[in-house]
Design a protein around this ligand. Sequence first.
Ligand code: M6R
Length: 366
Amino acid sequence: EKGGYEHFMIKEIMEQPKAIRDTLTGRLPDDGFEVNLDGIKITKEDLQKLNKIFIVACGTAYHAGIVGKHVIEKLTRIPVEVDIASEFRYRDPIVDENTLTIVISQSGETIDTLVAMREAKAKGSRTLGIVNVVGSSIAREVDDCLYTWAGPEIAVASTKAYTTQLICLYLIALDFATKLGTISYEEFAKIRDEIKRLPEKVEYVLTHRENIQKYASEHFNAKDIFYLGRGLDFAVAMEGSLKLKEISYIHSEAYAAGELKHGTIALIEDGTFVIALATQEKLFEKMVSNIKEVKSRGAVVLSVAQEGNTDIENVSDHVLYIPRTLDILAPVLTVVPLQLFAYYTAVQRGCDVDKPRNLAKSVTVE
Ligand code: M6R
């Protein structure tokens, strides 16, 4: 059942190229200027009346939502707010018939997300679900549903659900942008072609997993690990940090690199292990400065950058390169070494990787 792997988590990490291919099947034609989203019946007119989109989810799905915000805003110019479902529910959010509420859930049964969706619906908002489990409560109750075709995810730590949620968010952003006319054909074609190359690029990262295993074997005794990033890298940092915490029980924080100097940098001391994500071209120089700041306080830094940006080697102890891609698509590649790092660290520490303490696969209590 684990396909020859020691744990479901590593099996599911390794399945990501296929999960992404399956999620893309039939949805992104090789030519033409459109996306085919079976489950989404939202028209140009529906989109034109929207003044806001909410993305509501929990945990890893929430982290995917943060990437979604950046991408949907960039391509459609519609303002997007992302909220944790258990917060959204209790804060009387401003939602009405001119709002679209996107809920993201692997299981489709997370109670906070389900109830948040119902509440948005009751206030007149149209609801769109990005869901993995076919026929689950959220999938049945939303107005429009786009499935991630990740296949069953058994490990408590979510991996292939996250990367396929990102794919769905890219598809939704492209679909809305073509309908609204906020994207040129050239831009559309560039993103489309790069999305199609993601499965083989993920495969490439997976092939080099022994490097990450090596870093994990050097740092598995760390007391704290900080994940730093800017822009989309910050969103991925949050996901990498959650993955580490939940399965290895190492304390970890994700920080927006530019915000560090407003307090948290006080925690960096000799030997603190920092994972610095520097995949965003426009923010690369800024990240290099942030890495210098933590290095000069004694941090040991593992950086992740796009291939070719070798300047990063001058300021880092170790560097992991991901294949080059568009900045907005980089999260799909950047998260993979972080998933592997959390996995190998937890294995080294003898943790129960697939069933971490205090956690359930689907959270049906409020
Ligand atoms: O099934 P859902 O996507 O709604 O679950 C949401 C979270 O409970 C889930 O992502 C959780 O954070 C994972 N254990 C993270 O790996």
